[in-house]
Design a binder for this molecule. Structure first.
Ligand SMILES: C[S@@+](CC[C@H](N)C(=O)[O-])C[C@H]1O[C@@H](n2cnc3c(N)ncnc32)[C@H](O)[C@@H]1O
Length: 221
């Protein structure tokens, strides 16, 4: 079943009081990349609240799916590339339709984690985004390989992710250390979500900012 969900952003982020909205085309019976997951709603709200950081920045969203965070980044003045699995043309096509629906000009790129196609080498983002990209643990190492490459290729860049810990394990913390990354910020999402959005969020979701750990790599050399 297909539907359009409307997401509000502003001082109150409600239907009655907001600065702008983003419409998302969703399909509940399609691929899991055709649905706006709660983590994307949280990350999008965080970007709106931190909007001054994004003006004029180059932003890449990995595993973007319906791409709500990337679209908010574009709306607040970033140059945005939205990516998802190269082998999922239906997800990439839906992303294009959503950009057009919202009249936002983003680049769209098929980018499969752990695969080294030429466009990856040209991205050099200031900020990498990922909402609910830690879903299937068999993909985690490929994901970290890609994100570590992007952070390493663009000094000073950060990765901002909303992470739904479905297993209760600490695999992400372990992999972060394994790939030479460090945590800059860890937020409980209820510390910044407005009440109107917090009421529909369930589960153990955290927001984490991550960077390449230059000191750690120098120590190992
Ligand atoms: C749980 S969905 C999250 C989608 C979106 N970020 C959100 O929060 O609404 C995971 C996303 O990762 C993408 N994905 C899964 N495996 C991937 C891979 N190996 N390479 C690139 N993208 C992948 C899926 O296509 C899907 O869009």
């Amino acid at each position: 079943m297909s539907a359009v969900s409307r997401h509000y952003f502003g001082e109150e982020s409600t239907e009655d009081s907001h600065s702008f909205h983003i419409d998302i085309l969703e399909s509940t019976d399609g691929d899991y990349g055709m649905f706006a997951w709660p983590s994307s709603v949280i990350l999008a709200e965080y970007l709106w609240q931190q909007r001054s950081r994004f003006i004029g920045k180059t932003v890449v969203e990995l595993g973007a799916g319906t791409a709500l965070p990337g679209l908010v980044a574009a709306k607040i003045g970033a140059a945005v590339t939205l990516t998802d699995d190269l082998h999922k043309p239906e997800v990439l096509l839906n992303m294009r339709r959503i950009c057009n629906l919202n009249k936002l000009d983003c680049k769209i790129l098929g980018l499969t984690w752990g695969e080294w196609d030429a466009p990856l080498f040209e991205l050099q983002p200031h900020i990498v985004l990922g909402a609910d990209v830690f879903y299937d643990s068999t993909d985690f190492d490929d994901f970290f390989a890609t994100v570590t490459f992007l952070l390493q290729s663009s000094p000073g860049s950060v990765f901002i992710t909303t992470y739904h810990n479905r297993s209760g394990h600490h695999l992400i913390e372990f992999l972060m250390v394994k790939w030479g990354l460090k945590c800059l910020k860890l937020l409980d999402v209820f510390s910044f979500l407005p009440a109107c959005k917090a009421s529909s969020i369930h589960g153990n979701i955290q927001l984490v900012e991550i960077a390449f750990d230059v000191d750690e790599v120098e120590l190992k050399v």
